[in-house]
Design a protein around this ligand. Structure first.
Ligand SMILES: [Zn+2]
Length: 87
């Protein structure tokens, strides 16, 4: 009787998708009418050395420009942040 040797190879693949919220992107600001750097309110506060509440106040008072991403993340225009600090 002839022996038949069968080798079975199992290959498993795993895809891991890690999604992070970007805290800094370059995008179009409608108020500035140009591409600008936009950052999260926390990062804006850190850059401006002010409490994050001041950033939200600036957004509410329209002294800071902002966009809301499709994922619901609020991003603040860095150019308006510089202008707000000067005033
Ligand atoms: Zn702007």
């Amino acid at each position: 009787m002839k022996k038949i040797k069968t080798t079975l190879v199992l290959e498993r693949r795993r895809l891991t998708v890690v999604r992070t919220k970007s805290s800094m992107i370059e995008t179009y600001c409608k108020v500035c009418s140009k591409q600008v750097l936009m950052v999260s309110p926390a990062l804006a506060a850190e850059r401006a050395s002010v409490p994050v509440n001041s950033i939200y106040r600036g957004i509410a008072c329209n002294t800071l420009h902002f966009v809301e991403t499709a994922a619901g993340q609020l991003l603040v225009c860095c150019d308006s942040l510089k202008s707000d600090l000067r005033s």
